[in-house]
Design a protein around this ligand. Structure first.
Ligand SMILES: C[S@@+](CC[C@H](N)C(=O)[O-])C[C@H]1O[C@@H](n2cnc3c(N)ncnc32)[C@H](O)[C@@H]1O
Length: 229
């Protein structure tokens, strides 16, 4: 059964077939937040100091919309919420869900491949970034079997499964407010050895913490948090 507690799950619908339907990994993040956000702290960060949050790869918008639910319940929590995706249909779907949940178009949507189309004024601005990324290794797309589809961008993280994630980290750094405490939340899978990149992440100035795991079918899905070393 789904946890409700103080913050309800947003209502999600999507008329586009290529958009990732919220799944165990989406709820791994949301359930962690349900347990770790209160009137004063966002998982240990002073809730009043959080000015900008980004939901990268928003899909249906579920995580950004959940954060809007949190804003409704906690008066000290009033960050600007940004949500972006490489797929135009994802942005359309998330905008419909924003209206569906009566949030009065309060999310700032950006249609972009990672940070490529982000405006310069968002540099040094994010205190929290959340990315439930494509985290599985690619298989070869043989045109005779089937061509690559848009939905594949939901799971295909590159040859080893973490190429896209490493590119995300590289591009994210200038957009984080580095002089304050910040968090980057992301999901990985036991199928792709994300442990192999922890040293690389440390060299880039990020410490990795494993927050939560869930076993499903053939893999463990893992919620991680990067923070300042
Ligand atoms: C696993 S889905 C997660 C969707 C949603 N956040 C959730 O948790 O249900 C990954 C999302 O990342 C998006 N994505 C993939 N590559 C991207 C890129 N280069 N830039 C931005 N978004 C990307 C996909 O389109 C997809 O919506």
């Amino acid at each position: 059964m789904r946890k409700i507690k103080l913050f309800p799950d947003p209502n999600i619908d999507c008329p586009f077939e290529d958009i990732y339907a919220p799944s165990d990994d989406s709820y791994l993040i949301i359930d962690y937040f349900k347990d770790h956000i209160n009137e004063n702290y966002f998982d240990g960060l002073d809730i009043k100091n959080i000015k900008n949050i980004l939901d990268m790869g928003t899909g249906t918008g579920i995580i950004a919309l959940f954060l809007q639910e949190v804003k409704k319940k906690i008066s000290n929590f009033s960050p600007n919420i940004y949500a972006s995706d490489i797929l135009e249909e994802a942005i359309k779907c998330a905008k419909l869900n924003d209206i569906f949940n009566n949030h009065k178009k309060s999310i700032n949507f950006i249609h972009s491949d990672l940070f490529k189309k982000f405006p310069g004024n968002l540099k040094d601005s994010f205190n929290v970034i959340i990315f439930n990324p494509p985290y599985l290794p690619s298989f070869k797309f043989n045109n005779k079997v089937r061509a690559k589809k848009k939905i594949d961008s939901s799971w295909d993280g590159g040859k080893t499964g973490f190429e896209l994630f490493l590119e995300f980290i590289l591009q994210a750094k200038p957009f984080i407010q580095l002089d304050q405490k910040f968090y980057i939340y992301y999901v990985s899978s036991s199928v792709s050895n994300f442990q192999d990149i922890y040293d690389q992440l440390e060299r880039s100035g990020f410490k990795n913490r494993t927050l939560k795991k869930k076993h499903i079918f053939f893999e463990d899905i893992i919620l991680n948090r990067l923070e300042k070393i």
